[in-house]
Design a protein around this ligand. Structure first.
Ligand code: FES
Length: 111
C-alpha cells in the first residue's frame, strides 16, 4: 500500500488516500475526485494529468521516460519534480507520496 497525500494548487486542501501496488496514480487521483483530466488516458498525448511530486518523494519514483519528459515540457507550470500521473505505477517500495495537483487552469484550452 502507498499512502498518498494530494495537495490542492493553492495548498489549502489536503486529501489522504491509500493505493494498492499496481495502481496508476492518475486513476487513484481521479477516483478521489482530484481535478486531473487525463484526456488521452495514459497515451502520453496530452499533459492534463500533470502533477508535481514533493521534492523529497521524487527520487522514490523511477525516472521518467524521454517521451514523458517531452510531454512535460509542454505542461503548464511544470517544475523539476513534475511527472505525468498516468505514467506512475505505485508499488510497495513507495510507502508514502505527496502530490500537488496544479489546478484546472491548464484545461482551459478550447473553451
Ligand atoms: Fe495524457 Fe497522461 S493522460 S499524458
Amino acid at each position: 500500500m502507498t499512502h498518498i497525500t494530494f495537495i490542492s494548487a493553492d495548498g489549502e486542501r489536503r486529501q489522504e488516500v491509500q493505493a494498492a501496488a499496481g495502481a496508476v496514480l492518475l486513476e487513484i487521483a481521479q477516483a478521489a475526485g482530484q481535478p486531473l483530466e487525463g484526456t488521452c488516458e495514459g497515451q502520453m498525448a496530452c499533459s492534463t494529468c500533470h502533477v508535481i511530486i514533493d521534492a523529497a518523494d521524487f527520487p522514490k519514483l523511477g525516472k521518467a521516460s524521454e517521451a514523458e519528459e517531452d510531454m512535460l515540457d509542454l505542461a503548464a507550470a511544470a517544475t523539476r519534480t513534475s511527472r505525468l500521473s498516468c505514467q506512475i505505477v505505485l508499488d510497495d517500495k513507495v510507502a508514502s507520496l505527496t502530490v500537488r495537483v496544479p489546478g484546472e487552469c491548464h484545461n482551459m484550452q478550447g473553451m
